[in-house]
Write a protein that binds this ligand. Structure first.
Ligand SMILES: [Mn+2]
Length: 463
């Protein structure tokens, strides 16, 4: 490869010099006085000293489309003629223009030229490094917070999902501990078949304990969940919380990192692991990748640049065969009846499909059917509700761009239960007793009709 560098300042000469590999030719045209320290140029190249654009000398270079041209200047004006001459050839070379913050350059834009704003590039790189340093500080502080614990509980929600399981595995990796001294625990149990498959394929386990048994651990870290999730009766000391769900921070803990800008807690923990130079083995990489793809519905929901970055970095380290085996939908025979019920009980309210399931025996069927509901016709909203353990549980999905599922849920149920979420997915949990007491609801039909009415009103209101 032949490189031609036209340079009117010294700043980037050594970077340009390093571009040329062993067999490359580099010709530098220097629009300045000869200086003491002129860079050495590999054989076959050289340095020319020009005081102006020398058309004859330029012609003798015989620059073609097989060559690369670099312009390094703080002011493109004097180089405009050079850009024009090189670009007007029938086979113009590729031109890379290095500059900083110069608004005058776009008018020199040519299809064969790219302008690289070095200030902006450096700023982006530096800002990424600040983020890495911030993640490293968090990772080290988390380690410190949990270090003294003989037995650590990594507590997840009551029906742990892949994001929670993977985050728990990542905490174990970060601490360099096994399941013995840092155990994944839940007050509930893993019920979804895919999640059970994940546990067995990744050879990890999650133990069911009672809130009282939590006292047997001398450190507690919550992943993908926060104390308010467990209700007012939960009063155990929590040392650390890592989560991406927006909750009011109304509890005490030494380490608190909640970042709703992440589509998955797995993304946050991936960042901790990388920033702290913790080795990410194949099961952890596979788990984190699965956590990200499930929480973001394959990077389509509430996904940010950081989720994409984590996904891209984890992909080559993960076992893709295990991943596809884990994500294959698995329907238990007795779950089929909920699907049948959903199809029978569906109702269209404006652009929403509303499905009422009556009493359900497993809570996770509600969000699963909310996802399922988005497949019906041209709906932009899918709301699925049912009664689970004395509460009305509602999952909402939104496919549009103007409104916000979290805002709608909060508006409808925020005052009477816990309700909220993201733009495209939200959840509400309201005590069944409230509907009995305040609205005289006697049976499931009345409850369903009341909720339909509320949703119809909520949808009619201006977003
Ligand atoms: Mn999550």
């Amino acid at each position: 490869m032949r490189y031609f560098a036209f340079v009117d300042r010294a700043e980037h000469v050594s970077a340009i010099r390093s571009l040329a590999a062993k067999d490359d030719q580099l010709r530098i045209v220097w629009f300045r006085e000869r200086e003491e320290w002129m860079p050495d140029v590999p054989d076959g190249g050289g340095i020319d000293f020009w005081s102006h654009i020398d058309l004859d000398a330029l012609g003798s270079f015989d620059i073609t489309e097989d060559d690369r041209v670099i312009l390094s200047t703080g002011d493109a004006g004097p180089f405009a003629i050079l850009i024009e001459i090189l670009s007007s050839r029938s086979r113009p070379p590729a031109i890379l223009l290095l500059t900083e913050n110069s608004p005058g350059f776009p008018r020199h834009q040519q299809p064969n030229m790219v302008i690289l704003d070095l200030d902006r590039t450096a700023r982006q790189v530096m800002n990424r490094e600040w983020e890495v340093l911030e993640a490293r500080r968090k990772a080290l502080r988390l380690r410190e917070t949990l270090a003294g614990g003989r037995k650590i509980a990594i507590l997840t929600q009551n029906d742990p999902d892949p994001d929670a399981i993977a985050s728990g595995m990542a905490v174990q990796a970060l601490l360099g501990r096994t399941d013995e001294t840092a155990s994944l625990v839940t007050f509930g149990a893993v019920t979804r078949n895919e999640n059970l498959a994940m546990l067995s394929l990744l050879k990890t386990a999650i133990r069911t304990i009672t809130p009282i048994e939590l006292s047997a651990f001398d450190r507690v870290v919550m992943v993908d969940v926060q104390p308010p999730y467990f209700g007012d009766t939960f009063s155990h000391t929590v040392d650390a919380v890592i989560d991406h769900h927006p909750y009011p921070h109304s509890f005490a803990c030494s380490f608190y990192d909640v970042d709703p800008a992440c589509g998955a807690t797995s993304t946050m923990l991936y960042e901790y692991l990388v920033a702290s130079e913790t080795y990410i083995d194949e099961p952890v990489a596979t788990g984190l990748l699965y956590g990200i793809t499930t929480d973001t519905m394959n990077l389509s929901r509430d996904t940010t640049r950081r989720d994409f970055d984590a996904f891209t970095a984890l992909w080559p380290r993960a076992n893709i065969q295990l991943l596809s085996s884990m994500s294959r939908p698995r329907l238990k025979p007795d779950e089929l009846r909920y699907f049948v019920r959903a199809i029978k009980n569906r109702k269209i309210i404006r652009d929403m499909i509303f499905i009422w399931l009556d009493t359900v025996r497993q809570e996770d069927i509600i969000p699963r059917l909310a996802d399922f509901g988005t497949q019906f016709g041209e709906v932009t909203w899918s709301a699925v509700g049912g009664v689970y353990e004395g509460n009305v549980v509602i999952s909402l999905r939104y496919l549009g761009g103007e409104r916000d599922a979290g805002v709608l849920m909060k508006g409808l149920f925020g005052a009477i239960g816990s309700a909220g979420g993201h733009t495209s997915a939200a959840k509400g949990v309201i005590p069944l007793a409230y509907f009995r007491r305040e609205h005289g609801v006697r049976n499931m039909t009345q409850l369903r009709e009341l909720l339909q009415e509320w949703f119809a009103k909520g949808l009619a209101e201006e977003g």
